[in-house]
Design a binder for this molecule. Sequence first.
Ligand SMILES: Cc1cc2nc3c(=O)[nH]c(=O)nc-3n(C[C@H](O)[C@H](O)[C@H](O)COP(=O)(O)OP(=O)(O)OC[C@H]3O[C@@H](n4cnc5c(N)ncnc54)[C@H](O)[C@@H]3O)c2cc1C
Length: 404
Amino acid sequence: MATEQYEHQVVVLGAGYTGLMAALRVARKGRRLGAKVVLVNPSDRFVERLRMHQIAAGEELEHYSISEMVADTGIEFVRGFATRIAPELQNVVVEENGGRRVVPYDYLVYAIGSGANIRTVPGADLHAYTLDSPQSARRFARRLTDLQDHGAVAVCGNGLTGIEAAAEVAESFPSLHVSLIGREEPGVMMGPKARRYLHATLERLGIDVLTGATVTKVLPEAVELNSDGAVPTDVCLWTTGFWASDLAKTAAVQVDDRDRIIVDGSLRSVSHPQIFAVGDAAAVRQPWGEIHGTCQSGIPTAVHAADSCIRLIKNKNPKRFRFGYIHQPVSLGRKDGVIQFAKPDDTPRKLYLKGKRAARYKEFVSSSPPKFYRLARRFPIPRALVVPKGGRATRRNRVPAAVS
Ligand SMILES: Cc1cc2nc3c(=O)[nH]c(=O)nc-3n(C[C@H](O)[C@H](O)[C@H](O)COP(=O)(O)OP(=O)(O)OC[C@H]3O[C@@H](n4cnc5c(N)ncnc54)[C@H](O)[C@@H]3O)c2cc1C
C-alpha cells in the first residue's frame, strides 16, 4: 500500500487534540523508517475544544494554525473532510476545495472526535445550541448578547461540560437567568467536599440547579421535562452527551452504540486492525472500566496509537494500552474552579483544590496541549510524561478485548 517515495503511509483523520499529537509523534519517530504522515482536517484552525464554553460567554480565543504547527515536520497537511473510508482498499476519500482526493494508507489513525448528541431528544437538533465548534459556540454567544440583559438560558446536561458552560454564562451575563438541568446532581463523581464547593459556587452565581430531570423535548421557548412540566427558556444549550460521526459505521468498521470504533487492548479496531481509533471517537476499555471522552485520556490514546504504528512499521507487535485518570478539573467562570483529584478509575481521592488556585490549575491544564505540540515537533516526548499508566488498576492480566 505504500506510496512511491515512502515505504509506509500513516493517515491521521482529524487534527484535534488527539490527531495532532498522533501525527507529530509518528512523523518524528517514523521519518528515519520511511514513514510518511498525512493529516486531514477540515479547517486550518486548531480548535481548543476545552475552551468552547469561553467562546460561548463571548471570549475570543488565540488562533493556532495547524499548518504552522506541523511546518517542517514532514507531515502533509490536507485541508479537507474525510467522507468515506474503504477499509478493503485501505484508502480514504477526502473532499477538499470542491474537489475530491483518494488517500491510501498502511495505517489509519481515526481521531475525528465527537459532537453533542442532538439526535435522540425531539427538537434538540432544531432549537438547541451546542459547543461543537467555535462557530456554534459563537452563535450561542450572539444569541445571549441579543437577549439584552433579560432572558432565560437552559443548559441541558449537567456533566462537566454543562457545569462549566453554565458557570461561564452566569458569570459573563449576570442578569440572565441560567438553569442547569440534569438527571443526577452536578459533580456526582466528585468527593463530598469538592461537590459541596461546586454547589455553593453554582448558587453564588445564581444558577438554578434542576436535578432528577430528563429533558424530553426542546421547543423554541421552553424545554419539556419528564418530571416537572416545562421550563420556559429563551435559549437552550445542549450538553447531554456525545456521539461520534457515522464515518466508521458506514465503512462497516465495528462501532458501539455511540458510533465509536470498538478497539482491542492495543487500540486497533477489532474488525479492521489497520485502523487505530483514539480520543472521543474510540470505545476504549481498561481493566477498571470504560474510558470516557476527555483530553486527559484522549492524548494518551494518541501517543499509544502513534507508538504502535511505529512498532508495526518495525515489525514488532503493539503493546497493551494502559491508562488511569489523575484529576477532574472544572472551571467555574474565569476566576474560580474546583479540581477533584482522582484514582485511576476516576473515583475521587480525598485531595481537591478550590477557588483561585483551582482556576489557575485548570488554566494550566487547558493551555498545555498547544505547548506540548510545540515540544513534540522538536523533541521526542517521553511517553511516561503524557501517559499515566494507572498503576495497579491497569496491571491486571485480563483485559476485556472490546467494549460491547
Ligand atoms: C466545553 C468543553 C469543555 C471540555 N473540557 C474538558 C476538560 O476540562 N478536560 C478534558 O480532558 N476534556 C474536556 N473536554 C472534552 C475534550 O474536549 C474532548 O475529549 C477532546 O476534544 C477529544 O479530542 P479528539 O481529538 O478526540 O477530538 P477533537 O479535539 O474534537 O478533534 C477532532 C477533529 O477532527 C476533525 N474532524 C471531524 N470530522 C472529520 C472528518 N470527517 N474528516 C477530517 N477531520 C474531521 C474536527 O474538525 C476536529 O478538528 C471538554 C469538551 C467540551 C466541549
